[in-house]
Design a protein around this ligand. Sequence first.
Ligand code: FAQ
Length: 311
Amino acid sequence: TTEAYEAAFDAAVAADERIEPRDWMPEAYRATLIRQMAQHAHSEIIGMQPEANWITRAPSLRRKAILMAKVQDEAGHGLYLYSAAETLGVSRDELLDKLHTGRQKYSSIFNYPTLTWADVGAIGWLVDGAAITNQVPLCRCSYGPYARAMVRVCKEESFHQRQGYELLLALSKGTPAQHAMAQDAVDRWWWPSLMMFGPPDDASAHSAQSMAWKIKRHSNDELRQRFVDICVPQAESLGLSLPDPDLRWNEERGHHDFGTIDWSELTEVIKGNGPCNEQRLGQRRRAHEEGAWVREAAAAHAAKRRTAQHT
Ligand code: FAQ
């Protein structure tokens, strides 16, 4: 009976066991996972664009090779996550269609422009840093395929984060103009990076249920605080400042206090009104249309091989 299935599901979650694709699960659990995993996959794919902008303008062959590898990793994460989402009974085509028609989201952060080379460093340090802070706990997510996908993704993101840090360090210790460029990038990416963690807990529609299901292990505000605490000493060693006059250590809390986030900005960006929303989605749709012949050729080839095997 459904009650028995439900009891088994609840017991598995309570015991920190993994839910696997063939296990019974509440429809709302399935729907929440599809929503979050699809949004995550879309973010990886759209997230290739801001940095890919700089591949042709990287300042050296070494930097270019590193950046190409990083952007390829992001494509890999996206495909990996689409495959994990497919175990829930949706197809990749369906998810891509929802992205292209604006019915599924991707992370707000990728709607900001990459104006200078230093932005590549700021994305690695701050955006990948925020992504890791959010994703390490997802390695313990109750849904097996998502949790396992996160292990490899986090290892690669850690490398990306160090790459960004090292790039910013080189600029920060370079000429005064390079230092200023690094500082300007950090000034522009800091607040949007804090917004990546989602709305504050009291405005987070899904947190309570997702934490009860052990999809999320920490609240949005907890992870945001963890990220701020990690970044402060790193900014110091970089010789760069964080653009928040209210940022200071709070002895009593054992955490850094920080300034108020402009939540209206996050709302606007999520609604489609960020600086680059139109450009990002437009480029994604174009890439999909221009790739139609590859999908057709691959399908024709697969069909031909199937008939060849059967004769
Ligand atoms: N942007 O109730 P909550 C990367 C939406 S890292 C856009 O708190 P939830 C790596 C949310 O979907 C970035 N939308 O939602 C990389 C919901 O809307 P809905 C991707 C946002 O799910 C680095 C509504 O607001 N990482 O790509 C955002 O419990 C460098 C209410 O929010 C992940 O996706 C936002 N920032 O918590 C690639 C991690 N925040 O669906 C390239 C997995 C919230 O009801 C270069 N996801 N919303 O219409 C998560 O951990 C969660 O989904 C949260 C949101 C924490 C993002």
